[in-house]
Design a protein around this ligand. Structure first.
Ligand SMILES: Cc1cc2nc3c(=O)[nH]c(=O)nc-3n(C[C@H](O)[C@H](O)[C@H](O)COP(=O)(O)OP(=O)(O)OC[C@H]3O[C@@H](n4cnc5c(N)ncnc54)[C@H](O)[C@@H]3O)c2cc1C
Length: 462
């Protein structure tokens, strides 16, 4: 950037997790800069993660998910323009063209540095009748779905297509509010980020909760009657449904930045360095639209999670504030994720067996079930643990946990081991917390580390 002088203008494209994390940090670090943000939607800085709970009625108002409203952001010194879409980006002239979506007018806005945080857009495909499906990738889309569910008392069944964590959370939310839900996916298992044996436990939790699960079925279309969704068709069946939610995944929204010359990597997301700088001078990027390094495999990945978006936004801000010489480096990701599905906690980190194979890492695995707490306590809970370690070195490569009790705490320990390349033979003696309500004297992860140490012929086996 060559030194951003006082009064220099930083433009932010997109005003949610990554963008507002960057903007708020910049205001704090460099109050002398002019920070302006353009957001095509009506909302800013909200928790997308809470949308399934809102659709299910656990959260009363969509506004409860908003962390900072446009007015609050403006009061903090961030000039947010909502319902304002960035339609062109000229990196040579350092200028964006924005369209005021209410007035229908376009104008140019200059910048000295730009933070591109346009997120990802849901995949819907172009199957017949797809316009009758709902996606829930913004608060506005969540409001639309909830309005349909609230307004109609004749809904007998809702179809959710896509059995990733978002589809699962939505199917559960629908059943919780008393609406029968059928969950459809073309894969033979739910949650493709888990190994099949672990995914089978999640599928059982869904079925026991009352979700109808149809796997190995590919969506072929949505049929409507009287302008309303009537059924979803797959290559194997027709499922009557009064509403359908498409949770088919999301692609990084890169078009504007790519047209401005920013390189796109093999994951389909923007290439950035550890300071979140794109390949074009003066443009930083963060969040769902960027590619990260997977610390275990070393390969490029696009992991769309709020936790990364928020951290990457801050790293970008530190770099801009320090005139392109920021002290923070985003190290990459290990693919850690946690959720609850129908009262069952599900968590994973590192590589799955298939991912390890793709990365050319030979692994040994252990899978076992145990109680989550001391088993003399009432309701000790059950957890199924799966761990993978590298043949030869013993480095922990991945872990997956499904069950009821302390799964979130344990996955963070495993994530730290994966990130630091801890070997299972060493992990056995790590100083982890113990008391009966939390686990056994030997934590489940240390039991797994011992099993893997033995399987791999490493020493010592404790
Ligand atoms: C239902 C659901 C549940 C989730 N649950 C979790 C969870 O439990 N844990 C977790 O870590 N993550 C979760 N996520 C993911 C998390 O919400 C995202 O990773 C995070 O919001 C990404 O932040 P972002 O700022 O990169 O992108 P976004 O939040 O998508 O923000 C991008 C913004 O840019 C705007 N925009 C795009 N293009 C333009 C343009 N041309 N002009 C102006 N504005 C533009 C968009 O309108 C949008 O507001 C969930 C996501 C969904 C959909």
């Amino acid at each position: 950037v060559g030194g951003l002088p006082a009064g220099a203008r930083v433009a932010v494209v997109g005003a949610d997790a990554a963008g507002m994390s960057a903007a708020a940090s910049l205001r704090r670090l460099r109050p002398d800069l002019d920070v302006v943000a353009f957001e095509q939607g009506p909302d800013t800085s909200y928790s997308m993660c809470g949308i399934p709970a809102y659709v299910g009625g656990l959260v009363a108002d969509a506004e409860d998910l908003v962390v900072r409203t446009p007015a609050e952001l403006r009061a903090s010194g961030i000039a947010v323009h909502t319902r304002t879409e960035v339609v062109a980006l000229d990196s040579a002239a350092r200028r964006v063209t924005v369209r005021d979506l209410d007035a229908g007018r376009e104008r140019d806005e200059a910048y000295d540095a730009l933070v591109y945080t346009a997120g990802a857009h849901p995949v819907t495909g172009d199957l017949p009748g797809v316009e009758h499906g709902h996606v829930v990738h913004t608060l506005e889309e969540g409001r639309r779905l909830r309005q349909v569910l609230d307004a109609r008392d004749d809904i007998e069944r809702v179809a959710v297509v896509g059995a990733g964590y978002i589809g699962l959370e939505l199917a559960e939310a629908l059943v919780r509010r008393g609406l029968p839900a059928v969950l459809i996916d073309r894969n033979p298992q739910v949650m493709p980020s888990l190994d099949p044996a672990m995914a089978a436990h999640v599928e059982r939790a869904l079925v026991d909760f009352g979700v109808e699960v149809r796997l190995g079925e590919s969506l072929t279309g949505i049929s409507a009657a009287g302008g309303r969704c009537a059924a979803v068709t797959t290559d194997r069946a027709t499922h009557p449904a009064d509403a359908v939610v498409l949770a088919l995944g999301a692609r990084p929204r890169v078009a504007l930045a790519q047209a401005a010359g920013c390189a796109v990597g093999s994951s389909g997301a923007l290439v950035v360095d550890e300071r979140m700088r794109t390949t074009v001078e003066g443009i930083w990027a963060a969040g769902d639209c960027v590619e990260s390094r997977h610390i275990v495999s070393g390969g490029p990945v696009n992991v769309q999670l709020g936790t990364h978006a928020s951290k990457q936004g801050k790293v970008a801000a530190l770099d801009i504030a320090a005139d392109g010489d920021g002290p923070a480096r985003f190290p990459g990701v290990v693919g850690t994720a946690v959720t609850t599905v129908c009262d069952t906690e599900v968590a994973r980190t590192g590589l799955s067996t298939a991912e390890a194979e793709q990365a050319g890492i030979a692994v040994a695995e252990t899978t076992f079930g145990a109680t989550a707490r001391a088993d003399y306590l009432p309701a000790p809970g059950e957890v199924v643990v799966r761990m993978l370690a590298e043949v030869g070195s013993g480095r922990l490569v991945g872990a997956q946990l499904v069950g009821t009790g302390n799964v979130g705490k344990r996955i963070d320990v495993a994530a730290t081991w994966c990130q630091l390349g801890v070997r299972v033979q060493d992990a056995q003696l790590f100083d982890l917390a113990y008391a009966p309500p939390f686990g056994g004297v030997w934590d489940l992860l240390q039991v797994g580390a011992r099993k893997l140490t033995r399987t791999l012929g490493l020493s010592p086996v404790l």
